[in-house]
Design a protein around this ligand. Sequence first.
Ligand code: SF4
Length: 369
Amino acid sequence: MPSDFVNTLILWYNSNCRSLPWRESRDPYRIWISEIMLQQTRVSAVCGYYERFLAALPDMESLAACPEDQLLKLWEGLGYYSRARNLQKAARIVVENYGGKMPCDASELIKLPGIGEYTAGAIASIAFGKPEPAIDGNVIRVTSRLRAYTGETRSMKFKKELASWLRAENSREDASWGTLNQAFMDLGSMVCLANKSPLCEECPIRSYCEAFKKGIQNSVPVRAEKKGRRVEDRTVVLYTDGERFAIRRRPDKGLLSGLYEFPNYKGKLEPGEMLLAAREDGMYAVRLRKLPDSKHIFSHIEWHMTGYEILISRNDSEEGRFIFAGKDRINKEYPIPSAFAAYANAIGIKVGKNERWSYENPDSGDSVL
Ligand code: SF4
């Protein structure tokens, strides 16, 4: 039998759950796509991407067959692009080995690229009604508070112990797990908040919560100290012939691998240094204009960027080093990561949410040449 807090939480969910596009379907493909998009990304940011992705790639076969640039373009702005690549690798395996149908057991799902314990539990329970917990940050936070647990919460050992505790609290071997897992997600997003005080007065399971009883809900779970990020200065340049802009493909391995970027250089280059770098790249500058600085934060690195726009009269760069393309073509064909959003937006390419500047004709504006 489920414990009282499980029953109360499920009842609360049934009348308070968020209306989200992926909840309108039990299609495992759709649930899988939503779960991968939601990793490290806010629900509000995912909704638009989710609809667009499924309109373009509505099923396993279309995802498996999608050209990589198109796939990354659909993912552009969501970040963590290995998620998109793993989706496609997994889709190809599902098409080849499972006749295009997702396996229903968590033990099979977890063998697919990009699917870990949490995602396997979420797909198995929500799409297939399997009795599997799905332990994410929300579950860890809510249950740590429920139990007034002050130990570490990052290790696999802790997660295994938590899974056993949850199975003891909900001993039903039925589809209640899909509801319970989503109830934790919603309670964690709407009431038992991360990075803010939990809204205990509105909480349906307050009477079962040990942290609330002890008044320690703001300090549980105990946070592990975060490692600092490395700061890197970079200089980004928009080379333009007046109509088209230079972009290039990033290497196949490492940060933002395989995506397209505006040329950029290590360090914070002064205008004179920038012109020298441009010349070494075979670009004949006729005008240089400073663009605003920008910053992008990855999980482990911060890029502090300074930017220039350089109008060129001639391009003698090594063949294949740059692609010159108009902004419509860049918009349609080339995935630009949101790290470059500020500079992409400066020329009217919509990447991410930063729309601080508008583009001015390169033939106008201040010149430092
Ligand atoms: S009572 Fe407060 S701390 Fe406890 S589960 Fe509810 S919102 Fe979280």
